[in-house]
Write a protein that binds this ligand. Structure first.
Ligand code: ADP
Ligand code: GLC
Length: 503
């Protein structure tokens, strides 16, 4: 094995082309950092409607790539390629009008309902990634796939491509960014996969009589990881396991946790182009300017002596927004201002969208997706609230530390691993933690943060200094990925298929 690895990532998202959550940031930053270290990295993503050749400077690589889709037969697609600013991996775009050329989100229609053919859309992407390697003669040392959308690639590689001359020796790494979504579909999807019904069983893709792609990949991947050590442990428990905890426990020896990093070129208060004034740990006066700008942006009363709590999130249950909704009126009994930026579940749009009228000058809300506004909140707020039900890693708290905006978090997953709880006696800590997912715990912990803000300015100043000094770099995390890739490659070269392993 040479030191420079050939890595193929298959993903449903990547910045700057297509993003719904942190997955897009991770694929962009990790692949770029690996290229910087000299590895040959290529990424395969769908050519969604908004990704155009003109806007992204793409060139056509293949007029037609045939992709076998089991009983459906072969389906063709075109392949484009492009790069982001250097250092960049080669990014291949799979163009299939019927699957990816539609309006709405990446996974759902404009009304928010999941596309009915998501099974075929992402099985196709997974298999196109493999077929593309064959046509290009690119033999990856490792295939790195992310979440259920590309999990089928791992299943294919350990079954029908196991002796393939190009990809037959490739190791696989499955990264679980979110275990809740598993790609569970009707049993007949087995015929589209075309890997044989012997894999439709308890120790394979079958779950409750359905075909579950993530479960299959957990069995078939050479190695598995998640995006924090705590989440790697949590998903092996009933509370966080989404009924796959026992499967994950079976593979616990091959399950790792590697924390995400931050793109500090994008998230840096010293250079940030979206914020009203730049500032650093040494000279924080610009943060006060950002606070006034944030108050103006959200029509809040302009006061420097009131703390602002910011929230930037997908408005979904995972993020604890139902508990937040339950707590919100009590929270607003404190002398505090609150701003929310997010989109997601429709009830939440109405619920949070109505609050500015009820609490004029104190509550700000923008329902939608707006990167510039996310930066303004990270810079202008005093605290960032993340009451997540579960959080595999979480990026916003990492950004907020860099901006000296103290996180108030539920102690789960990556939140627990990256925020240190305040201990005023020893003068340690970068944030405020609570443990129970209840409105009461949330209200009490916000109360604790606000009490500290109002009464212990020196404690808050110490926390800000420590928070701003923290670094979660991709340089560190990518090296851990390389170690994992190398372990997977070694394992694969001396190994048999999953089924043989259990004979
Ligand atoms: P998740 O991937 O579960 O949504 P993360 O914290 O890992 O959570 O990543 C969320 C990413 O999406 C961050 O980069 C955050 O700034 C961004 N984000 C989320 N919601 C919005 C929004 N409404 N507008 C702008 N950026 C958003
Ligand atoms: C998922 C998780 C989030 C994580 C992101 C990137 O969307 O919900 O916690 O940071 O993936 O790994």
């Amino acid at each position: 094995m040479t030191e420079k690895l050939k890595i193929l990532m298959v993903s449903s998202e990547m910045v700057p082309y297509a993003k719904e959550g942190g997955l897009a940031d991770v694929v962009f930053s990790l692949s770029r950092e690996l290229v910087r270290q000299g590895h040959d990295v290529r990424v395969v993503i769908p050519k969604y409607l908004r990704i155009t050749a003109q806007k992204h400077d793409l060139t056509r690589t293949l007029e037609n790539l045939d992709v076998p889709m089991g009983v459906i037969g072969n389906m063709g697609c075109a392949v484009w390629e492009g790069r982001t600013a250097a250092p960049s991996p080669i990014v291949y775009f799979i163009e299939h009008e019927q699957f990816y050329g539609r309006e709405g989100g990446l996974y759902s229609n404009p009304d928010g309902d999941g596309h009915l053919d998501n099974d075929n859309r992402f099985v196709f992407l997974s298999r196109a990634g493999i077929e593309l390697c064959k046509v290009l003669g690119f033999a990856p040392d490792v295939f790195h796939v992310h979440d259920w959308h590309t999990a089928a690639a791992v299943i294919f590689l350990d079954t029908i491509y196991h002796s393939d001359p190009t990809v037959g020796k490739s190791a696989t790494l499955l990264t679980i960014h979110n275990l809740q979504h598993q790609g569970e579909f009707y049993e007949g999807l087995m015929d589209v996969l075309g890997i044989g019904w012997e894999h439709f069983n308890f120790l394979g893709l079958e779950k409750d009589g359905n075909t579950n792609l993530l479960k299959g990949a957990i069995y078939h991947a050479t190695l598995i990881n998640t995006v924090s050590k705590s989440y790697a442990r949590e998903i092996q428990t009933i509370e966080f396991g989404w009924e796959l905890d026992s499967v994950l426990r079976e593979r616990f020896a091959d399950l790792y946790g590697i924390l995400n990093g931050v793109d500090y070129e994008e998230w840096n208060p010293e250079t940030d182009r979206y914020i009203a004034a730049r500032y650093s740990a040494e000279s924080r006066s610009g943060k006060a300017v950002c606070k006034i700008d944030l108050q103006r942006t959200f029509n809040l009363s302009v006061r420097d002596n009131v703390p602002i709590i910011g929230i930037v999130t997908r408005l979904v249950k995972q993020k604890g927004i139902d508990v937040l909704a339950e707590a919100i009126h009590k929270l607003l009994e404190y002398d505090v201002q609150l701003v929310i930026l997010g989109m997601g579940e429709v009830w939440a749009h109405f619920f949070f969208g109505d609050l500015p009228a009820r609490y004029p000058g104190r509550f700000g809300c923008f329902i939608g997706y707006d990167n510039a506004l996310a930066h303004k909140i990270e810079a202008g707020a005093d605290f960032l609230l993340m009451p997540s039900m579960f959080e595999p890693c979480g990026l916003n708290q990492l950004y907020s530390l860099r901006y000296g905006t103290l996180p108030i978090i539920r102690a789960v997953g990556g939140l627990n691993d990256t925020v240190v709880n305040l201990d005023a006696d020893t003068n340690t800590g970068t944030g405020f933690k609570f443990y129970d997912l209840t409105a009461e715990a949330l209200i009490n912990t916000v109360g604790w943060a606000l009490y500290t803000y109002y009464n212990q300015k020196n404690v808050i100043d110490g926390m800000i200094a420590r928070a701003m000094a923290e670094r979660f770099t991709w340089e560190v995390s990518s090296k851990k990925y390389v170690e994992l890739y190398k372990m997977a490659i070694k394992r694969r070269l001396g190994e048999e298929t999953y089924l043989q392993r259990f004979k």
